[in-house]
Ligand binder design. Structure first.
Ligand code: NAD
Length: 429
């Protein structure tokens, strides 16, 4: 999500922070400190392109706050990347790490470039150039990057390799999102979707609803959505509708089976980008609906797990009265005006930076394992993930009940308080 068309992510992140700062009556010094990233690096990356010319790319790394531990956050490659997007994302990472109570701060990085138009060799040169500029400012005890939009495990390995070359040793804890066998963690693929369902399971317990008595509709069929469907189905739930973007028709579709979709069947007819083949789905007996209809289904649970700005003032009124819980797998799926409606209607929202924090929690586990050079079995990773996600959900939900707060506000209060406390304990503010 780059800053375009007047939308400024950093202004939005600051506005959210300001409203919670008012709510908890935060003093001016703490506000001033937390509204602005602690450190920013802006640098150029010259690359000898395949045609022999040199092209200069602009890179950024922002460390919003590291009072609770080394900064943590992805590096995205995007043609519309801006420093304000990176600032906003780094601030959101501070709150996300704090809400799940992992000992990490918030950071984010970016390079203005479009990998669609770059060869793998050119991308490798950008990765290595990025690390050369930051080799003294990142590291296992300072700032730990990860993949984000248009970067993947290969980019992370090149970055790790460059860091190790410069520092002369093995430092797999410098970066996460590495392949399993090269310092990556088992369970990372499942972590975000499963994490969403760990929090959902706790919410159902609180509302005294048995998972097997619920049905759900899902926006998206990518990494987060598929693993959320997998675990939700395992605990007894039934998904009746899932949706995806259709690359050929350039529009989204929703796929419905009233008695429940079959995850493996749909996986079998979907591509690596989470796109489902409409013809094959019809042959398998699915109703193929327009993409927006995922939100109108008469279900108990909605999983927006595709992209931002999905639940808006325009479509929030279409949400069925039966819906009790919305578990936000995606980042920023609900616009602020739609959010007010959900709040008024009393729908129990598990906010994005809590619901989808399983990903960063598992990245933290990857870093721990990398630093120890000892890697856990899948059960151990998922067991620890469940403990962390459950504790995080319970802390937020208890506060929401005690102070009569909306779940999103409660999650912000928990995380901002934790960060403020760490800054105060250190004597910074
Ligand atoms: P992905 O690329 O694997 O999948 C995205 C899915 O959304 C695909 O199935 C795509 O077809 C679908 N989609 C796109 N546009 C759509 C539309 N208009 N209607 C319906 N479906 C549409 O991505 P992902 O990793 O599953 O991430 C999904 C969301 O979760 C993003 O907001 C991401 O930032 C967030 N998130 C992901 C992780 C992670 O670990 N993967 C962690 C935290 C947050």
């Amino acid at each position: 999500m780059a800053s375009t068309d007047g939308y400024n992510a950093f202004e939005m992140a600051r506005a959210q922070f300001d409203s919670i700062a008012d709510l908890i009556d935060l003093d001016q010094g703490a506000r001033d400190f937390l509204r602005t990233p602690m450190r920013e690096y802006h640098f150029t990356i010259p690359v000898r392109m395949d045609d022999g010319n040199v092209q200069v790319f602009q890179g950024f790394r922002v460390q919003h706050n590291d009072a609770r531990g080394p900064s943590k956050g992805g590096i995205r490659f995007h043609p519309q990347e801006t420093i304000d997007t990176v600032r906003a994302l780094s601030m959101w990472m501070t709150w996300k790490c704090a809400v799940v109570d992992i000992p990490l701060g918030g950071g984010k990085g970016g390079v203005i470039c479009d990998p669609h138009n770059l060869s793998m060799r050119e991308q490798e040169a950008i990765c290595r150039g990025f690390v050369r500029q930051l080799a003294r400012n990142i590291g296992p005890i300072a700032d730990v990057p990860a993949p984000d939009v248009m970067t993947n495990a290969q980019h992370m390995l090149w970055m790790m390799d460059e860091f190790e070359k410069i520092h002369g040793g093995h430092y797999p804890g410098v970066i996460t999102g590495k392949p399993v066998g090269m310092g990556g963690s088992l369970g990372r693929t499942q972590a975000t979707g499963y994490g969403v369902v760990y929090t959902l399971r706790e919410a159902l317990k609180e509302l005294d609803i048995r998972p097997s008595d619920t049905i759900a509709s899902v926006q998206g069929f990518g990494n987060v959505a598929q693993y959320a469907i997998e675990l939700y189905t395992q605990i007894g739930g039934t998904v009746i509708c899932a949706s995806c973007w259709d690359q050929k028709d350039q529009c989204p579709y929703a796929f419905k089976k009233a008695q429940g979709i079959d995850l493996e069947e749909l996986r079998g007819i979907s591509d690596a980008f989470g796109g489902i083949d409409t013809d094959k789905a019809r042959d398998l007996g699915y109703e193929v609906l327009s993409g927006e209809e995922w939100i109108e289904q008469d279900v108990d649970i909605l999983f927006p797990s595709a992209l931002e700005n999905s639940i808006t003032a325009e479509n929030v009124g279409k949400i069925s009265n039966r819906v009790k819980i919305i578990a936000e797998g995606a980042n920023g799926p609900t616009t602020p005006d739609a959010d007010r409606v959900l709040h008024e209607r009393g729908i129990h929202v598990i906010p994005d930076f809590l619901a989808n924090a399983g990903g960063v929690t598992c990245s933290y586990f990857e870093q721990v394992q990398s630093n120890m050079n000892y890697f856990w079995e899948m059960d151990e990773v998922l067991g620890k993930l469940d403990v962390k996600m459950t504790a995080a959900y319970v802390a937020v939900s208890e506060l929401a009940r005690k102070k009569k707060l909306y779940m999103r506000d409660a999650a912000y209060v928990v995380s901002i308080n934790r960060v403020v406390e760490a800054c105060r304990d250190r004597g910074w503010i």
